[in-house]
Design a protein around this ligand. Structure first.
Ligand SMILES: Cc1cc2nc3c(=O)[nH]c(=O)nc-3n(C[C@H](O)[C@H](O)[C@H](O)COP(=O)(O)OP(=O)(O)OC[C@H]3O[C@@H](n4cnc5c(N)ncnc54)[C@H](O)[C@@H]3O)c2cc1C
Length: 463
């Protein structure tokens, strides 16, 4: 008999297993051969590819994720990045140096404007203040917890009421005036999109500040790919069954019988990392997803790890003008043989673009979207097509097949979503984690959600 069965080994499920297995008898079930979900890796031939997530940020002293990793004594091999991101737009290159003054000097050369000093200083200060005050309790499953949640959000609201109520676009115009360089606005808006899944006019200034600030904090390259983090987590996360899919659970008295593709187990509680989040998104008519291209590249050229390449119009069958490109390190032979790179390129798409297509139409569309992305990537980064040794791609349907999830990326961080649309870490008898349960996403957001869920579990088991 287990105390907890955890269904799904994405960041949420794996970190939940890590947090709970110290105290309880747990079993983590993952349907795939490797843990990680959207943030994992897969291996093909001589190459390892990051499935989706490639950026590892917000891991530094004083930040919640660092505390969580330290608490569980997780040590991994990484390189700190001096330039976490480089954005290309209209023949301009914007290097996001971690050092604020260096970045301000640089952006003043690309988009000369007297407002940069104040804007970027305010953005970083706001972000620093937010993380310094960060202590959120989030659970809407009963009146007592709802009040506790309101109190916790109320405290944040009092601290940050001005930037929460300010529209991000209007605020940007206050700093830079209305005749602001359209390329600068695109640069800002596209960075907001990859972090918060939304656009300037739809969100508030606090969200914008947090989204723009991540390259000012320490960002790391994980040697061997994101999967290395899960290999380390796996060693400390209690009992884990991979290649085993949860089918259903039946309540019998006070316990659950959990049916999987391989066995039947008994447990007192269940934590879900996946299933429920798709229900939430569908209820909210969310259809945002991702199209991802994977490349193996053989070239002498050298690259940074992360680029955002912004086009002057939307890519076909996508809902964005930009692609996010991540290169493995040229010395990282765990990812690709010497002198070669493993590359992951992603773009936002809408899963409805991939629905109800015949097999031929689907394959044709997939090939067309992949070609447009690869051509643009080659043109902007001066890569010859013959330097690409392998290329293939994943649509929302591919993600649906592998990780049982077609809606990708977290919930857009728009003000009304924060409170009204996100789920709850406890609904009925079950606990939930993952990037649509807690109002944040990616490594830092999902770990924050797990820390919150653990507080909710501890409180509920005390009662
Ligand atoms: C293209 C892309 C790029 C991204 N880039 C970044 C980035 O650079 N940095 C960053 O921090 N974040 C990034 N993100 C966001 C980040 O990847 C996600 O927020 C995070 O991985 C979501 O974790 P999760 O816990 O919600 O689980 P998921 O990743 O959704 O994992 C759920 C797990 O449950 C398993 N599962 C599902 N059903 C069952 C079942 N019935 N039985 C057993 N197991 C099951 C799945 O196989 C999967 O492993 C990106 C996301 C995408 C899509």
């Amino acid at each position: 008999m287990y105390d907890f069965i955890i269904v799904g080994g994405g960041i949420g499920g794996s970190c939940s297993a890590l947090a709970l297995s110290n105290q309880y008898k747990t079993l983590l079930l993952e349907k795939e051969p490797l843990l990680g979900g959207c943030s994992g890796v897969f291996h093909r031939g001589k190459y390892t590819y990051n499935i989706g997530a490639t950026t590892f940020a917000m891991y530094q002293e004083g930040q919640l994720m660092k505390k969580f990793f330290d608490e569980h004594n997780l040590k991994f091999d990484f390189d700190k990045l001096e330039i976490p991101l480089c954005t290309y737009i209209n023949e301009k290159k914007i290097y996001r140096y971690t050092q604020k003054e260096k970045f301000i000097h640089h952006i003043n050369q690309v988009f000369p404007h007297h407002a940069h000093q104040k804007f970027w200083t305010d953005v970083l200060e706001l972000s620093n203040q937010f993380y310094a005050h960060y202590d959120i309790y989030y659970n809407k499953s009963n009146l007592q917890d709802l009040l506790k949640t309101l109190l916790s959000f109320g405290k944040q609201f009092l601290n940050f009421s001005t930037p929460i109520l300010q529209n991000a676009k209007k605020q940007l115009e206050k700093y830079y005036g209305k005749d602001i360089d359209p390329d600068f606005v695109e640069f800002i808006d596209n960075q907001l999109l990859i972090v918060a899944q939304t656009h300037l006019e739809k969100t508030n200034f606090l969200t914008l500040a947090l989204a723009l600030s991540y390259p000012f904090y320490d960002n790391f390259y994980i040697k061997g790919g994101m999967g290395k983090l899960f290999e380390i987590i796996e060693k400390k996360a209690g009992e884990i069954h991979k290649n085993e899919e949860f089918i259903t659970a039946l309540k019998v008295g006070d316990i659950y019988k959990v049916y999987t593709t391989k066995n039947i187990y008994e447990t007192k509680q269940i934590v879900f990392n996946s299933t429920y989040q798709n229900d939430i998104k569908e209820k909210n008519n969310l259809t945002q997803s991702a199209f991802v291209v994977y490349l193996a590249l053989k070239t002498q050229k050298e690259f940074l790890h992360h680029y955002q390449l912004i086009k002057d119009k939307h890519f076909e069958d996508a809902i964005s003008k930009s692609i996010f490109v991540s290169f493995s390190d040229k010395n990282d032979t765990m990812m690709a043989p010497d002198g070669e790179y493993s590359v992951t390129i992603s773009i936002h798409t809408d899963l409805r673009f991939w629905d109800r297509l015949s097999k031929e139409a689907y394959e044709e569309k997939k090939k067309r979207v992949q070609k447009e992305i690869v051509d643009y990537f080659c043109k902007e980064l001066h890569i010859e097509q013959n330097e690409i040794i392998k290329q293939f791609s994943a649509t929302p349907n591919t993600f649906g097949r592998y990780i049982k999830r077609r809606i990708l990326g977290g919930m857009p961080l728009e003000f009304t979503n924060y409170f009204l649309k996100f789920g709850s870490p406890k609904v009925g008898d079950f606990f939930y984690c993952g990037d649509n349960i807690f109002p944040a996403q990616g490594w830092a957001g999902v770990v924050a959600g797990v820390v919150n869920m653990k507080k909710v579990i501890d409180a509920s088991l005390k009662n």
